[in-house]
Every structure is written in C-alpha cells, then in structure tokens.
Design a protein around this ligand. Structure first.
Ligand code: F3S
Length: 393
C-alpha cells in the first residue's frame, strides 16, 4: 500500500505507540481488502461501546489501549452505552453502570464527544462525497444513502484505529466502482414509518447486493431513517440508493439491471410472517427510538401524549442521543404521561428490568433484534396506532 511520508512516520512510531498500532491495523485490513492507499476521514463513529455487548474482554482491550495515552485526531462520536445516562431509568438496568462509566471515561479521555447515539448525523451532518469511518449499521446506511457521504460499515476496533489515525483504508464503498446498484425495485407508497420499517426488512432480506429504490422521493428523513435501519439489520445493507433522495453522482445504476416491483399484498403477507398482531399483553413494553429520536420527533411524541396517560401494565420506553440531557421540558411532559425517556442507550445493547409478554415498536430494526436475539413477541405498528392502543385520556 502506498503511504505518504507522514503516514510512514506515523506507522514507524514517531507519533507514539498508539498511533503506530492504529496505522498497522488500518494498513493490514486495507491491504487484505486491496486498498492502494489510506484516505483522511472527517468524522469517525465508534460502535460496540456497550459493556453489555463487549463485556470484560472489550473493557480490558480499552484499558490496555488507554495506558498508551492515545488521542483521537478526527471528530469522533460513539454509539449508545448500556445505561441511561440520566441514571433514572426504571426499564433499562443500571446494573453495569460502573463498568460503562469506565468505558465512557476512556473514550472521552481520547477525545470522543459525549454523543452515545446511533444517529451521529443529527450531531454533525455529513457532507456529500465526504469520507467517513462509521461503525453503526443504521448510521452507515444513512451516511451513504441519505447524505451521499462515503463510508464502509466498520467494526469497533477498526473505528478506534481510524479515530486515532484520522484515516481509513481506500476500499469498498469509498470507491465509486463499488457503489453500483445491481437491482432496481419500485416500491408502493408508504403511509407511515412502520410500513417503511417493514419494507426495509423485506428489501434487506430479499436482496443481497446494492439495490436502488424508486418511489422514495417523497419520503421524510424519519421514514428514510426507519427504512434504512431495517434494511441494514435484516440484510447488512450499507448503501441503498433512493431515487430522488440519494445525491446523484454518489452511485451508479448498472446498465441492464433486473427491475422489479413490490406491491402492497406482498408486504402484507410478509408482515404476517415477521410481526405479531397489534394488541396489549398482561405486561406490555413499547419501545420507540430505534434509531434514536431526533429532537423534533421527541417533540411530536410529547404532543401526541398531551392529556393522555398510559394504561395499566404498559411500560413505554423512548431512547434519545446522549446530548439530549438538556431538554428537560419535553422529558417532564412525557414523564407526566408515564413515558420514560432514556438517554444515550437502547434496550438492544442493554439489560432490561421488565419481563413483557408483548413488545410494540415502530422500528423494523428493533423488531428484528428483539424477536430474533431476545426472543420477545414483537408487534410492528405505527407510533400513532401504538399511542392510541396503550394510552387513554
Ligand atoms: Fe440504535 Fe439501538 Fe436501534 S443502537 S439503531 S437504538 S438497536
């Protein structure tokens, strides 16, 4: 791999041990993937920071790394942790708080923002054609498909190396030659975010290569967010070009590609396969905020709850970025209705204290992980329908 003079010095140890190790990781991975050089990145997003996920081995790795006193040289954000940062959640367990605090402290000492979110694009909007090194599947899909930035879907250790070096390897989705749609799919009009989630799960499951979607030009940011998170969960899609949304010039559609149409009946049939019917259980958990809610989405939710209260046996969990600690007014009004807003966390990377017989969500990604990994009975429905079912005046 070609390295600049500075990069050779970085690799050789002139900028410290941590930098040298980071460069070795990037060069090794890059060479394995056929990269001819490294490229500077303007934003790194580190995934895999929850103690529930990485456990003692992950913590030990970070402690060892911290002993070499590394500093991040790129703007760096991090994924959700396993505890509510306000330490007030009754649904997300606080059991691992001390371990998580050590992880957060290490990352912040290296220079990460106190983001703790899977929506780093809400904190710093990516530019078109900008190179990033992001490691959260839903965020990666948004960066490539909504903002027209270039990033691969990276693992946790590689994102840490990229943050230290301020670089990543020039391969995969950093190259235009790898951003070629092999299928074009026409989709039906969508009525809400739950339908977008369902469509995302379906596309992810059914297509294994880059697939351009037509019929998406009217989709809102929230709809795109749910669609892409779901397709990245069920099918590892890092780029789903959306005709009329994804900036032109950031992907190409190959000539003579297979073109298909998905109709509503197909989606209805798929819904019956992946989702339980929308109904209350003896104990019901509602989970909203996968990916994390934006401030305006949180405000809309609080408006929906105006004058309403949760029914008996319902726990309602909302997750937002770690930067939302200041928005106490919205939090207070939702709390009055019985809704819990947990900050900088999510139940998929945490332990939860409740044992629901039914989980309701508007997120396809949450449905995918809560039903497949955590074995809950999960129903997918729109936020409007869920709020109507679980609350009363
Ligand atoms: Fe974010 Fe957790 Fe969903 S990390 S995308 S809220 S699974």
């Amino acid at each position: 791999m070609y390295l600049t003079k500075v990069e050779e010095r970085m690799l050789g140890g002139e900028f410290g041990e941590a930098m040298s190790v980071a460069m070795k990781i990037l060069v090794k991975v890059g060479e394995a993937l056929g990269a001819s050089r490294l490229i500077e990145v303007s934003h790194v997003h580190i995934s895999g920071v929850s103690y529930s996920n990485i456990g003692e081995p992950g913590l030990e790795y970070l402690e060892k790394l911290a002993s070499t006193k590394p500093k991040f040289s790129a703007y760096t954000t991090v994924n959700p942790s396993c505890v509510d940062l306000s330490l007030s959640s009754k649904i997300v367990s606080l059991e691992d708080w001390e371990k998580q605090a050590i992880i957060n402290g290490i990352l912040e000492s290296m220079g990460s923002r106190t983001s703790y979110t899977c929506t780093p694009y809400l904190l710093r909007r990516p530019f078109m054609l900008e190179h990033l090194a992001w490691g959260e599947s839903s965020a990666v899909a948004m960066a490539n498909s909504f903002y027209g930035a270039f990033t691969n879907r990276e693992g946790g250790p590689l994102t840490i190396a990229a943050a230290i070096a301020g670089r990543t390897y020039m391969a995969g989705l950093h190259l235009m030659s790898e951003r070629r749609a092999k299928y074009v799919v026409k989709t039906p009009p969508l009525n809400n975010e739950a339908e977008a989630s369902l469509l995302g799960l379906y596309i992810g499951e059914r297509y294994s290569e880059i697939t351009q979607i037509t019929g998406a030009s009217e989709w809102s940011h929230s709809i795109v967010k749910e669609f892409l998170a779901a397709s990245a969960a069920s099918g590892s899609h890092a780029l789903v070009p959306l005709d009329g949304v994804t900036p032109r010039g950031t992907y190409v559609v190959e000539e003579g590609v297979e073109r298909t149409t998905i109709d509503r009946r197909e989606l209805e049939y798929y819904y019956d396969n992946v989702s339980k019917a929308l109904e209350l259980g003896e104990e019901t958990l509602v989970y909203i905020g996968c990916p994390h809610l934006s401030l305006s989405e949180l405000r809309q939710l609080s408006i929906m709850f105006d004058g309403r209260r949760l029914k008996r046996g319902v726990h309602f969990l909302v997750t937002v970025p770690g930067t939302y600690r200041a928005f106490r007014d919205i939090d207070r009004s939702l709390k009055k209705a019985g809704v819990e807003v947990a900050i900088g966390t999510c139940p998929i990377v945490s332990k939860i204290t409740v044992k629901p017989d039914v989980v309701l969500t508007n997120s396809g990604k949450a449905l995918f992980y809560l039903s497949k990994l955590h074995k809950f009975n999960v129903s997918l429905a729109s936020l409007v329908d869920i709020v109507k079912l679980v609350s009363e005046k």
